[in-house]
Design a protein around this ligand. Structure first.
Ligand code: 5RP
Length: 231
């Protein structure tokens, strides 16, 4: 089974998550493209779809789906998006397609975040995929030096600007064993717009397509703090 067929399998499984006459959010990338296609072909009536990238928005228009903007909605019942890496706790690396900032906004707004992917995206630990970080142009070299000090090797994504007009640094070699802490540390650096770790807002569910079928992985509870000594 080729990867495209697997992506489509995950996209088909996600259709069950969309409410009739409801609003749905979509991220960006080839798996999301497959979902948009599945949604359009299903003829399921939806009130509107909000997209995390200009490319997804173009595809929605091309498929005749009703497109909404962020200012049009105050709640988002479900958000469907792909990922570059997914660990067992459903921490994600995203942003390979550069849409990480708007993706994080929609994930944060959503009541249910569903990640769709083929099984090649599953990893034991995040970090094989270079971590995308969107920065403001002015601070690119400053942020890059701070990333080097933290042990990373940032590579400027050449000839590329996000839909927000910002450059991206793809960072190799960072230690991501504590994804939530590193997400917070990196997002606190002045000049950083968004870090492609999704640990603070993990998906409620991952639908992972493998040749044997689609695996539904609910989000495990966050590890609880160690009990106080003597308590
Ligand atoms: C875009 C993303 C995508 O979800 C991620 O890159 C996966 O893409 P694909 O579905 O093409 O494998 O984060 O910013």
């Amino acid at each position: 089974m080729d990867q495209q067929a697997l992506k489509r399998g995950a996209a088909e499984a996600a259709l069950a998550e969309v409410e009739e006459h409801g609003i749905v959010g979509v991220g960006s990338g080839s798996t999301v493209d497959a979902f948009i296609d599945v949604l359009a072909r299903s003829m399921l009536p939806v009130k509107g779809v909000i997209a995390a990238s200009a490319a997804s928005e173009r595809l929605l228009h091309a498929r005749g789906l009703p497109v909404l903007g962020l200012a049009d909605i105050d709640r988002l019942p479900v958000y469907i998006d792909g990922a570059d890496e997914i660990d067992p706790q459903l921490n994600l690396i995203k942003g390979g397609g550069g849409a990480l900032t708007r993706e994080k906004v929609l994930a944060e707004l959503s009541e249910r975040f569903i990640c769709i992917a083929d099984a090649s995206k599953r990893v034991e630990r995040l970090g094989r995929f270079p971590l995308p970080i969107e920065v403001v142009s002015y601070a690119r070299s400053f942020v890059a030096r701070r990333l080097v000090a933290l042990g990373g090797q940032p590579v400027w994504r050449q000839d590329y600007l996000t839909d927000n007009g910002n450059p991206i640094l793809d960072v190799h070699g960072l230690q991501l064993d504590a994804p939530l802490q590193i997400e917070r540390t990196l997002e606190a650096l002045p000049g950083v717009v968004t870090v492609g770790i999704f640990a603070r807002r993990r998906p409620e569910l991952a639908l992972i397509a493998a040749p044997e079928g689609v695996l539904a992985l609910p989000r495990p509870a966050a590890a609880s703090a160690a009990p106080a000594a003597g308590g």
